[in-house]
Design a protein around this ligand. Structure first.
Ligand code: GLA
Length: 674
């Protein structure tokens, strides 16, 4: 780490509350009304300037900072802090006039056009120079402006385009490969180029994984994914370092999207170490029936990427977004439940996209804090109420979330598993992670996410939902964890390949065979729609699975469930293996939610982890801080619910004293300080 760490967003005061503010879309007379209403809503911080490059620098080297000067002064005069953007996600039209080569090229060879946002080749020296120049201007001008509390570099690196296949990127990729492998011999070996006659004899022959007639080399594709992540991260670091130099003391962030299933190109474990403050954007998948689960997963993953330190929800929505196929409005009270669920899981505030709904442009049907309907609207009333609630929770800042268990997650493994020609297109790493996470949510467990090579000894229970790719270091780490007394649950198709997508030697799963005490003799994927039953060795209720089964040969593991039917009928399906002071469960099928819950119960019992007895739809999370323990209880159900309390305390949103039971009204959130 070559830059100072800031334990918290300096100078934000209470929990951060506000949103993206794009006053450049409005006549200046509207700004005064904006600021008056921000104060009414309890807004503490707004994100500004994220997309304003063309306004700040209308022609190369010609700057117009007057409007931003006036805006920051106005915010400061009203006690509102700024999360100031570097606008490097949208180079202006003049930039592409001179540098059309900086527009990214798709795998198929098509060049993107100007007219949207994020059209960037991250290997382009021209882009890098122009981005540094505007960042430097902003750092010099506003580095000591009293309104600026945080730098917001770029916007959502990784979308809408991350990889670029142009000649510049190809040359950059070759340089990156040169550093990684040193010699072509090493590269040929790592990429397994003996297969399909792909051996390279000159560096210049190596291309990014452009369109090929059949399946491309998987190791080449995996390295290109790593290269892309590194190329983008280098651009973030360049801006960050400039800002650290020009504006010492102001933390630098960039908004992540940790749990977005489309955003696969960023390895947030690597990025979490590089930002001063981890921040995240989260949008509900509106048509899901239990959106609270994906939200909780995003928040837990973000906190974990932040190493358990404070993080900030930089964007979510007050109501509908406008980019999903069917953009459902949030139900009454959902805005507060969503915001407070992020706070419960460690966010130091709740910010939105955006402050005032746009009248024009691509996002005019996106909800906002100040909607098109104005202040006589449900959304506005809920926005004002949430501002009050966050004000009442100010003391929870800097408290940390208390996890019960951990779940292993690795972006590289996800990248590898989604490549072509796997045994079944229906087995999806992200789907398994979501499903296992949902089982932990239903069991009322709070989980941290962890990289498979991370220190795990503080967790009594660790679940590995999908680790197709596993390094030797990860394999060793898991063996040590279990041997030292940990309880590990491993789900199917894990430990199969190494970091080059090369199958570990011997029978599957090479990286886990010894630990699991078994061999996977053959994969046995199912037909679309086919389901199988798993019968319990102890005569208990059967479990059910689809998509995936395996032929297991135990080598020391005990069988807990057997396949009752399907291709592996009669063979072990779920096993347990005692190793040292701990044990490892292996689940060789794609179990449904009920099955996952059952296995989780077994493993939790083995780990001496008592599952809380709480009403089904109530989410309970604890933050622990200097001033006390804070129990968040969010009732997602339609009935009032009672939550047993271990100790009396004060409910911070209603100021009520509570004793052995906390009643949480339907749809409401309560926060008890013990
Ligand atoms: C992302 C972007 C914002 C906006 C929102 C809309 O999070 O960062 O600029 O486009 O999506 O949901």
């Amino acid at each position: 780490m070559d830059h100072p760490r800031y334990p918290r967003p300096v100078g934000l005061g209470p929990l951060a509350y506000g949103g993206d503010y794009n006053p450049e879309q409005w006549p200046e007379e509207v700004w005064a009304e904006d600021v008056r209403l921000m104060r009414e809503a309890g807004v503490t911080m707004v994100s500004v300037g994220i997309f304003s490059w063309a306004l700040l620098e209308p022609e190369r080297g010609v700057h117009e900072f007057g409007w931003l000067d006036r805006l920051l002064d106005l915010l400061h005069a009203n006690g509102i802090r700024a999360d100031l953007g570097t606008p490097t996600v949208v180079p202006p039209a003049w930039f592409y006039r001179d540098h059309p080569e900086a527009l990214p090229v798709t795998r198929e060879g098509h060049r993107h056009a100007f007219g949207s946002r994020g059209a960037i080749c991250h290997s382009s020296p021209a882009y890098q120079a122009a981005a540094s120049a505007i960042t430097e201007q902003l750092g010099r001008r506003y580095g000591s402006h009293p309104a600026v509390a945080l730098w917001h570099v770029h916007n959502e690196y990784g979308v809408p385009v991350s990889d670029c296949y142009c000649e510049e990127s190809a040359a950059h990729f070759r340089r990156w490969l040169g550093e990684r492998y040193g010699t072509l011999k090493e590269l040929n070996c790592a990429w397994g180029t003996a297969f399909w006659g792909q051996t390279y004899t000159r560096w210049d022959d190596i291309q990014p994984p452009r369109l090929t007639p059949s399946a491309g080399n998987p190791a080449q594709q995996l390295d290109f994914a790593r290269f892309t992540n590194d190329a983008i991260l280098a651009n973030f670091k360049r801006e960050r370092d400039l800002l650290h130099r020009l504006a010492p003391g102001i933390p630098v962030t960039t908004n992540f999207m940790t749990a977005l299933s489309q955003c696969q190109s960023i390895d947030y474990w690597a990025w979490g170490r590089e930002v001063d403050l981890v921040s995240n954007d989260h949008y509900l998948v509106a048509e899901d029936h239990r959106t609270q689960i994906n939200l909780a997963m995003a928040a837990d993953l973000t906190r974990s990427v932040a190493g358990g330190r404070p993080w900030l929800l930089l964007e979510h929505s007050t109501g509908a977004v406008n980019w999903q196929p069917r953009n459902l409005a949030k139900r009454p009270g959902e805005l507060a439940r969503n915001s407070l669920a992020h706070v419960a899981r460690g966010s130091e505030g709740a910010m939105f996209f955006q402050w005032r709904a746009s009248r024009y442009g691509a996002e005019k049907f996106h909800s906002a804090m100040l909607p098109h309907a104005g202040t006589d609207s449900r959304i506005w009333r809920e926005v004002v109420a949430l501002g009050r609630d966050l004000g009442a929770l100010a003391e929870i800042r800097d408290s940390v979330v208390r996890p019960d268990a951990a779940m292993l997650w690795d972006w590289e493994s996800w990248w590898a598993q989604r490549l072509d020609w796997r045994p079944s297109i229906d087995l999806d790493a992200r789907e398994r992670a979501d499903a296992w996470y949902a089982a932990t949510w239903d069991a009322h467990l709070t989980v941290d996410f962890a990289h498979p090579e991370a220190e795990l000894s503080r967790y009594p229970l660790v679940v590995a939902p999908a680790l197709y790719l596993m390094t030797e270091a990860a394999s060793r780490n898991l063996r040590q964890y279990v041997a030292a007394g940990g309880t590990l649950v491993v789900s199917c198709f894990s430990g199969i390949v190494d970091e080059h997508d090369t199958v570990h030697p011997g029978p599957h799963p090479g990286a886990l065979r010894e630990l699991l005490g078994l061999v996977v003799e053959e994969f046995a994927p199912l037909r679309a729609g086919e389901r199988v039953a798993l019968e319990a060795a102890d005569g208990g209720p059967a479990l059910h699975a689809d998509v995936w089964t395996e032929f297991l040969l135990p080598e020391g593991a005990e069988t807990l469930y057997r396949y009752a039917d399907g291709p592996a009928a009669g063979r072990p399906a779920v096993t347990r293996h005692a190793v040292g002071g701990g044990q490892v469960y292996y689940v060789s099928a794609r179990l449904d939610g009920e099955g996952l819950s059952r296995i989780l119960q077994l493993a939790a019992a083995a780990a001496d982890l008592t599952l809380p007895r709480l009403p089904h739809d109530v989410e309970v999370v604890e933050r622990v801080g200097e001033h006390g323990r804070y129990l968040f209880a969010i009732n997602h159900g339609e009935q009032d619910a009672d939550v047993p309390l271990a100790a009396p305390g004060t409910e911070l949103l209603t100021c009520a004293e509570v004793f052995d039971t906390l009643t949480v009204p339907a749809g409401a959130t309560r926060v008890v300080r013990h």
